[in-house]
Design a protein around this ligand. Structure first.
Ligand SMILES: C[S@@+](CC[C@H](N)C(=O)[O-])C[C@H]1O[C@@H](n2cnc3c(N)ncnc32)[C@H](O)[C@@H]1O
Length: 303
């Protein structure tokens, strides 16, 4: 269990950082280095990184979610950490503000944290009673319930197929469009019920994962524009701010992201790949932290 202290007005962090030793081995933070944690969350990885960069090192902690940044601020030493709320894709602008030209390492631990999952107001949990939001930054963009109000059935089916690889995308899209005819602000619970109407019972019972998992993933990717953020970072933002010899380490939790990272690291002009095959969690870690089951880590050195 993470021993992060609670933040006033927030529950204590319940997030356990995944594959910590593998991250540290690939990122190899050294004393005096500047390292960016682009998805700092509750600071689980960062706390170990700054032990390695030491008193002369600096950590730039970025997160889109003000709630997570508040938790990170409470667990990380203020002296050698800079905190920035926003997307990691805009890293060059944050570094320019700090008058930093280049950094030695960047870590991304994609997706959402267990703390966000537990926050009932966000809708990440299937049984959340509040409106289905699914945004990391609730001040930016539109919540999922609002998106579901105006998206066409065809576009929704495409989103579920493309971002969720959901085989019953058309059937589920039709059920979600029907739901909006009776309800304006939909909750996570109501969306789950509508999804189940679109999935044949036989498949609901056979599936290893809950039938709503892929749909929630797709809606989350859509409202946060997650793949655009990653693409921009891999091709523009990170190559421009990483020193030659600097390391980029990315933990992803689904095949769409992992495929993008794998493809980018194959580009010999910018990167030397450190992981011909992605690293995955050991059976012991999966037993201790089931969330690590789908984690894949890839690392590369900037040429
Ligand atoms: C899996 S958690 C990170 C957990 C962290 N490594 C730890 O050990 O506590 C992912 C975090 O990334 C943040 N996030 C997601 N997309 C982001 C983006 N484009 N830019 C910045 N932060 C983002 C989420 O708000 C969340 O806090």
């Amino acid at each position: 269990m993470n021993d992060a202290p609670g933040v006033e007005g927030f529950h204590p962090s319940v997030h356990i950082p995944v594959m910590l030793s593998e991250v540290l081995a690939l990122l190899a933070p050294q004393p005096g280095e500047i390292v960016v944690d682009g998805t700092v969350g509750a600071g689980g990885h960062s706390r170990e990184i700054i032990k390695k960069t030491g008193e002369t090192g600096r950590l730039i902690a970025v997160d889109r979610d003000p709630m997570m940044l508040k938790i990170a601020r409470s667990v990380l030493p203020q002296e050698n950490c800079e905190f920035h709320q926003g997307s990691y894709a805009n890293l060059p602008a944050y570094l320019a503000e700090l008058e930093i030209q280049q950094v030695d390492g960047i870590l991304l631990d994609l997706g959402f944290s267990s703390d966000q999952l537990e926050d009932q107001s966000r809708g990440f949990r299937f049984d959340s009673p509040g409106p289905l939001d699914l945004r990391f930054d609730t001040e930016f963009g539109e919540p999922a319930w609002q998106y579901l109000q105006h998206v066409s059935e065809e576009e929704l089916a495409d989103v579920l197929w493309k971002y969720g690889e959901e085989r019953f995308s058309r059937e589920i899209a039709s059920c979600l469009i029907r739901l909006r005819k009776t309800q304006t602000v939909v909750t996570a619970k109501e969306v789950v019920e509508a999804i189940l109407h679109g999935v044949p019972t036989k498949f609901q019972h056979e599936a290893r994962r809950h039938s709503a998992t892929r749909v929630f993933q797709a809606l989350r990717i859509a409202v946060n524009r997650e793949l655009e953020q990653l693409e921009k970072s891999l091709t523009e933002s990170f190559p421009s701010v990483l020193k030659p010899g600097g390391r980029l380490v990315i933990i992803s939790f689904h095949s769409l992201e992992d495929r993008m990272v794998k493809t980018a690291f194959r580009d010999r002009e910018q990167w030397t790949c450190l992981t011909p095959k992605p690293l995955t969690a050991t059976p012991a870690e999966i037993r201790m932290n089931p969330r690590s089951r789908s984690a894949k880590i890839r690392g590369a050195v900037k040429l």
